[in-house]
Design a protein around this ligand. Structure first.
Ligand SMILES: [Zn+2]
Length: 110
């Protein structure tokens, strides 16, 4: 499977490696794309549900109540396998479950 540089799945921007970010009560490792999408890293790929919620909250600028109230029609999301050492991603389906995952969330325009 071909690996490619970390890129936004919504606008194809190349992205910086995830960094530690604190926002209100939220602490995530991730970043923000120029198109408004956010991304969050799950280093071991074991906490996807939690990291997904963190990403949603991050997309809502730290407002967890707003994040919890979102319906699936109100955002787009994409999960990719991520290699922290090379800052590259691949579509899921890689060998084993040990790779990190990176979750993208973008709120749709109302
Ligand atoms: Zn983007």
């Amino acid at each position: 499977m071909r690996r490619r540089p970390l890129q936004c799945p919504f606008c194809d921007n190349y992205l910086a490696p995830p960094v530690d970010i604190s926002m209100k009560a939220l602490e995530i490792t991730g970043g923000i794309c120029a198109c408004g999408a956010v991304y969050a890293l799950d280093r071991m790929g074991h906490n996807l549900g939690e990291v997904f919620l963190d990403a949603l909250t991050f997309a809502c600028k730290g407002d967890i109540d707003k994040a919890m109230a979102l319906t699936p029609e109100e955002y787009e999301t994409e999960t990719l396998d991520y290699d922290v050492h090379t800052n590259t991603v691949s579509r899921r389906g890689g060998r084993g479950g040990r790779s990190g995952k990176i979750i993208f969330v973008r709120l749709k325009d109302k």
